[in-house]
Design a protein around this ligand. Structure first.
Ligand code: HSE
Length: 313
């Protein structure tokens, strides 16, 4: 049993266009870290939260009841911790309100770190409900489409109706993710309130067909079918207006050869799925288009099989 551990959890692309609230993929090369150590306190505490620049985070609270990492950690400790509690230090690598699963990455890194401090650590599959407690606080709803890929890695289907059951989908061979983060913010809880309460049957049928075809395409490495099916006809129309560079970035991605492109989570980030060899060019074209409308940005290219959360030390 250790007294001090650090865990890393990757960013993620939720919804993946076709699967609102139920489909997501982990993104390599960007994520949050949480360090945890045992204390004699009664409750989980947060010693500090540091931002991307390494400085004390200007917005995120060290109030343990207002931080997704500590809320998730407290849920796990309440269920399986022993005497005392834990203290967390949160190192944000994912920008807040970026549509890259920032709150989920903190919650996942926290439960993975705290799990390693338990007398009898749980199997990773058992950690999902605890990480979801943190995510629920941030987004105002239960959905595992960021938390599950961040925890398990790769491409994960997590329909809310079946939680905590999740399904790992085969990542299509030869396909990568290009992810662009424009320097804008979208609050997920507010973006969820923008959505209509009901959807016309015609649209529902269309989206169900696209989701089913996309899943089949991933399982059969059918790149043409990914190109045909990667569309969001239900949610994107209500949200793309929040992201001023949306049309330009998506058009640039498609022109550079992307199979499809839409919002990552609730935005403002925009992802594209691409053939592996096209992914760098697609990411550059997206960046250029974004800067062309006067918004600074950053991009990543990731396999669709990126690893999930892990203990670093
Ligand atoms: N499925 C969620 C949403 C993901 O789109 O609201 C948020 O990152």
């Amino acid at each position: 049993m250790s007294d001090f551990v650090t865990a890393f959890a990757p960013a993620s692309v939720a919804n993946l266009g076709v699967g609102f609230d139920m489909l997501g993929v982990a993104v390599a090369g960007v994520g949050d870290r949480v360090a945890a150590r045992r204390t004699d306190n009664d409750e989980v505490t947060v010693a500090e939260v540091r931002g991307l620049d390494g400085e004390i985070h200007p917005y995120l609270s060290t109030n343990a009841r207002e931080n997704t990492a500590s809320i998730a950690a407290q849920a796990l400790w309440d269920a399986h911790g022993g005497a005392g509690s834990v203290e967390l230090k949160v190192f944000k690598g994912v920008a807040l309100q970026s549509g890259m699963g920032s709150s989920a990455a903190s919650a996942v890194a926290a439960v993975v770190a705290v799990n390693a401090l338990l007398d009898s650590p749980l199997a990773v599959e058992k950690l999902l409900p605890f990480a979801l407690e943190g995510e629920k606080y941030a987004s105002g709803g239960i959905h595992a489409d960021n938390v599950a890929p961040s925890l398990f890695g790769g491409l994960i289907l997590s329909p809310v109706v079946l939680l905590p059951k999740i399904m790992r989908l085969p990542a299509p061979k030869g396909v990568s993710v290009a992810l662009l983060h424009p320097d804008l913010q979208v609050n997920t809880a507010q973006a969820r309130l923008q959505l209509p309460k009901s959807v016309p049957m015609k649209l529902w049928l269309e989206q169900q067909g696209l989701l089913a075809a996309f899943i089949h395409a991933c399982a059969t490495d059918d790149i043409d079918l990914i190109r045909q099916s990667l569309r969001d006809v239900v949610v994107e129309p209500h949200r793309k207006g929040n992201v001023v560079c949306f049309d330009e970035v998506v058009a640039a991605a498609l022109k550079a050869g992307a199979l499809g492109s839409t919002l990552s989570g609730s935005g403002p980030s925009i992802f594209a799925l691409c053939k592996d060899n096209d992914a760098r060019n697609v990411a550059s074209a997206m960046e250029q288009a974004c800067r062309g409308v006067g918004i600074s940005c950053q991009s990543w290219v990731s396999s669709m099989n990126a690893p999930g959360a892990s203990i670093e030390s």
